[in-house]
Design a protein. Structure first.
Length: 162
């Protein structure tokens, strides 16, 4: 484990996506990003960001449901859109010099989901934090409320202990 991980901040996809894409939450997300010293993301966060990026880009091409998306991705244009989405997310992560950590052990994630009442992707994020000794999180979601083993950074510049 990197020495910096003990003071690192995990960045949730809700923050990344609202910085990548201009939304009504972009200003808040940008403030949260500025609070993230030594930012870290996991494979799950990259997965979520690439998927949302791909869906947004494909919807501009008239692809509006998952079944049509699966067919579209088999085309040359679809594969090019996958590459474009991957590059956009990964270059954004690189521009903030974020460290990428692996997803956690599946059984840890399953037990965290059950213990804290989390959806599986959120449990994987928490598991990545646990396995890497990361205690701080920036997120726009309330999904991590009430979890006593982490601290959630707010966009007011202070830390809320959960």
């Amino acid at each position: 484990m990197s020495i910096l991980r003990s003071i690192a901040t995990f960045v949730d996809s809700s923050v990344l996506l609202n910085v990548i894409f201009e939304t009504e939450l972009t200003e808040r997300a940008t403030r949260l990003m500025s609070l993230a010293k030594y930012p870290v993301v996991s494979e799950t966060v990259i997965d979520e960001c690439v998927y949302v990026t791909l869906r947004r880009k494909s919807s501009k091409r008239g692809v509006h449901n998952i079944y049509d998306l699966k067919k579209f991705l088999k085309t040359e244009e679809g594969r090019a859109l996958i590459r474009e989405s991957n590059e956009e997310v990964l270059s954004f992560i690189a521009s903030y010099d974020m460290e990428i950590v692996k997803d956690p052990d599946i059984f840890l994630a399953l037990s965290l989901a059950e213990k804290y009442g989390l959806l599986f992707h959120d449990a994987k994020i928490l598991g990545s934090m646990v396995e890497n000794g990361i205690k701080r999180l920036v997120t726009l979601d309330r999904d991590f409320d009430g979890i006593p083993i982490i601290e959630v950074l707010t966009d007011h510049g202070k830390i809320e202990e959960k």
